[in-house]
Design a protein around this ligand. Structure first.
Ligand SMILES: [Zn+2]
Length: 282
């Protein structure tokens, strides 16, 4: 049994733990394989968009099963659910952490929906992540049109009125591909971290950030880094490249294996850097 909660997994080392988006059997296997090869814990996550597609409860079930059989600790995580119903679905599937994203709401409403989902999560002994300040870009069906950086003045009120296990922040990070060079507001992150104290902070929109930016973020208190777009880019890139070597084969047996191994390699490198490689850059 290696299925652990977010609260547990973020205490296993002094770096950050990578959270990678899952879409199917092969992405899930690739992410777990990468973590096992690295020998570090991992967060296997799925967005509310993909989880709510017809029949995709099975993807959730296989994520939980793979976590239980893994040789490293794995947290199975629901990413960005704005509604109570999807959070309950993930809890019923056996996920060990859910994320209620009320970042598009006014502060009081965000606190209210966060507490409603937290109550159910705590009854089941699972962890909860919330978000304060919204991100630009699209992540698996959830779109935020206007970025709204996290206001440090709101952090104390939010954390004193909720009991979340991790808080996602908006400091210039974005979902999808960055337009131009990403710029992160580290002064803001530092201010937020000083107020949040021992509540772990989460950096979404990890695809496209530099190693220096990851290192500085981890140094300032980031304990979880979300990688979504890079999983898709890695998988589909490997698929196209392999298919084009022999287009008449339509090889549905070997191509997914190549894609799985490509995802594993990407996840392994990221997990190693987030766990310990960052220390060499600060
Ligand atoms: Zn996100």
């Amino acid at each position: 049994m290696s299925l652990v909660t977010l609260q547990e997994i973020l205490k296993l080392h002094d770096g950050a733990v990578g959270a990678f988006s899952t879409y199917d059997l092969f992405t899930a296997q690739g992410i777990v394989q990468g973590a096992e090869e690295a020998g570090f814990p991992v967060i296997l996550m799925i967005g509310s968009g993909p989880l709510n597609k017809p029949g995709n409860d099975y993807v959730g079930q296989l994520m939980v099963q793979l976590a239980k059989e893994a040789s490293v600790p794995v947290c199975v995580f629901l990413d960005h659910a704005k509604d109570y119903k999807t959070n309950l679905k993930a809890m019923k599937l056996g996920f060990s952490c859910v994320m209620i994203d009320g970042s598009h709401l006014a502060l009081e409403e965000n606190i209210a929906i966060t507490n409603k989902v937290t109550e159910a999560a705590k009854l089941l002994g699972i962890s909860i992540e919330a978000e304060l300040g919204a991100l630009a870009g699209v992540e698996d069906g959830e779109e935020v049109k206007n970025a709204k950086m996290t206001d440090p003045a709101h952090v104390e009120e939010f954390l004193s009125k909720t009991s979340v296990d991790a808080l996602a922040v908006s400091i210039g990070n974005a979902h999808g591909f960055y337009k131009g060079e990403p710029k992160l507001d580290f002064a803001r992150l530092k201010a937020i971290a000083e107020i949040a104290k021992d509540v772990p902070l989460v950096l979404h929109g990890g695809t496209g950030l530099t190693f220096e930016q990851f290192a500085r973020g981890v140094q300032l208190g980031i304990k979880k880094i979300n990688i979504g777009t890079e999983v898709k880019k890695t998988f589909i890139g490997a698929f196209i490249e392999t298919h084009e070597k022999n287009v008449s084969a339509y090889d549905m047996v070997e191509i997914p294996q190549v894609c799985k191994n490509a995802v594993a390699k990407m996840a392994k490198e990221k997990l190693e850097f987030f766990a310990k490689g960052w220390k060499e850059l600060v």
